[in-house]
Design a protein around this ligand. Structure first.
Ligand SMILES: [Zn+2]
Ligand SMILES: [Zn+2]
Length: 513
């Protein structure tokens, strides 16, 4: 929280905001210039290769064997041992040990690079290039026009900062032909090229309103150059972003801030390297001014390091918090959905069970519990069982044959269905023919029906007990000859020996909790 505050507090400082905006401006400018630069660099390369091909009447232009230190240029020094192209320390001035390109290619490209250089005297930056790639890589040629170190390994416009890109338009005559702006030293290209140093070498990381507005206006002018850039989509997109930056209420994120700090950091690193190089070269001749410059830059770098750490911590913390919140929301959502689905399933299942139970009750009341009061007239089913029924004498027979336990008289369903408070799984009712087993079952069915009737008023202990069973299935085994044993008809597979007997005439009420 403290760091988040630090971020917003810091960004409340309008001058610091301006500094971040200027850095973002450079980023947008670069985005707007990248594709166009790649295109015109290719055109420049084709142009140079065509010159080489015509000059030496070559079917194709290819080499890759030469190196800059020993390369003999096509041109030769004049009578005064000076370079006719005006380049200082040109290879032509020291012909000893120089080798002509075996393919008649590299010497001409070398000359064309010098001739195409816009400064006076021409000063291609040979440190940024590798001669062996000249024939195949447009950027190997183009980087000779970036008059600053640090680009030797860059391969395309995306990898090159906007200073590097602007150098190309300032130093290549071919590229100057692609813009309307005249490079005079006071033009928007040159001014914007210097802006990067002004912005990133600022030791306060602050900038006045008027200053940042001027920088951004120049960037817009570069991208709206009337010749070709103005018509490019990516330039137009970048201009929109640059104009938004000028709006004082624009939101600047911690990510934007971190990005600008990172760029500043890279720039300062480069500056420190340059200064160290100068100091190394100069040794004793090193001036106090350069030493002070180095100290100053190192101090800014330290400041940046601290600020970068703060901003990055802030981003990480914010991301972690966001992730945690999202994860929590996701978990809650999943729980809600799961609960709702379960509730729906449960209610559907419960309802289906209730309906089924109701139908069973109706079926039993209609077809089973009405019996004949006259034994010899079984078709007279006009009396409900309870009107005739008298409890039979029942006793519990121990399961094991050698059990010496005494038989106990049964007086309630609890004693039949439970033992030590636990429900029994399988109970056999055994008795002589005509002793009332079927009637006992029918009475039990009636009691179950009463227990599950909506208007149940029966408070007898056995009716209450029947409430424990949600379902009662009354199966006439005489009508289901497929079942040969009681366990098989109950689909009872609990390791109990099937009860081998002739079941003709038996009936089984099966209860389900
Ligand atoms: Zn020369
Ligand atoms: Zn060569």
């Amino acid at each position: 929280m403290a760091q988040q505050l630090a971020h917003s507090q810091q960004l409340k400082n309008p001058k610091y905001r301006n500094w971040v905006k200027a850095g973002l401006g450079l980023k947008y400018l670069k985005e707007g210039l990248e594709t166009f630069s790649d295109d015109v660099i290719d055109q420049q390369h084709t142009d140079i290769i065509n010159v080489v091909q015509k000059k030496h009447n070559l079917p194709m232009v290819n080499c890759g064997q030469c190196n800059l230190r020993t390369l003999q240029p096509d041109h030769v020094r004049n009578k005064n041992k000076q370079c006719p192209l005006g380049q200082n320390n040109c290879n032509c001035m020291f012909p000893g040990g120089k080798i002509t390109c075996p393919n008649n290619v590299c010497g001409t490209i070398h000359d064309e690079i010098i001739i195409n250089h816009a400064s006076n005297p021409p000063a291609p930056n040979w440190k940024n290039t590798d001669v062996q790639n000249w024939c195949t890589d447009a950027w190997a040629v183009a980087k000779c026009y970036i008059n600053a170190p640090g680009y030797a390994t860059k391969r395309n416009a995306k990898e090159i900062d906007c200073t590097g890109l602007l150098h190309l338009y300032i130093n290549s005559k071919f590229l100057q032909g692609k813009i309307q702006c005249k490079i005079t030293g006071q033009d928007v290209f040159t001014k914007t090229r210097s802006a990067r140093n002004t912005i990133y070498h600022s030791n306060s990381m602050e900038m006045e309103d008027i200053e940042v507005d001027e920088h951004i206006d120049n960037m817009i002018a570069v991208l709206e150059d009337g010749k070709e850039l103005l018509h490019r989509q990516e330039s137009q997109d970048a201009v929109i972003k640059l104009k938004e930056l000028k709006n004082s209420s624009i939101v600047i994120s911690a990510q934007d801030e971190a990005l600008v700090i990172k760029e500043a950091y890279i720039e300062l690193d480069q500056r420190i390297n340059d200064l160290n190089e100068t100091i190394q070269k100069g040794k004793e001749a090193i001036t106090q001014k350069e030493k002070e410059a180095l100290q100053a830059v190192q101090k800014i770098k330290e400041q940046l390091e601290n600020r970068e750490k703060e901003v990055l911590d802030n981003i990480l913390k914010h991301e972690a918090e966001t992730c945690a919140v999202i994860e929590k929301q996701r978990e809650v959502a999943i729980e809600d959905i799961t609960a709702s689905v379960k509730q729906l399933e449960d209610s559907a299942y419960t309802q289906a069970k209730k309906d089924f139970q109701k139908r069973l009750v109706e079926m039993y009341l209609e077809n089973v519990v009405k019996v004949s009061p006259v034994l010899l007239q079984p078709e007279r089913t006009d009396t409900v069982i309870s009107q005739l029924y008298v409890d039979p004498y029942l006793e519990i027979e121990p399961r094991e044959k050698d059990n010496t336990q005494e038989k106990t008289k049964v007086s309630s369903y609890t004693e039949i269905f439970e033992k030590d408070g636990k429900p029994l799984k399988l109970i056999y009712l055994i008795g002589e023919a005509g002793s009332g087993k079927s009637t006992f079952c029918i009475d039990m069915i009636h009691k179950w029906c009463l227990a599950h009737s909506e208007q149940c008023t029966q408070e007898s202990e056995n009716v209450q007990f029947m409430k424990k069973f949600k379902f009662l299935f009354y199966i006439y085994l005489r009508q289901t000859p497929a079942f040969k044993t009681i366990p098989s008809c109950l689909n009872y597979e609990n390791g109990i020996e099937p009860f081998q007997t002739n079941l003709t005439g038996a009936s089984v009420p099966t209860l389900s909790r």
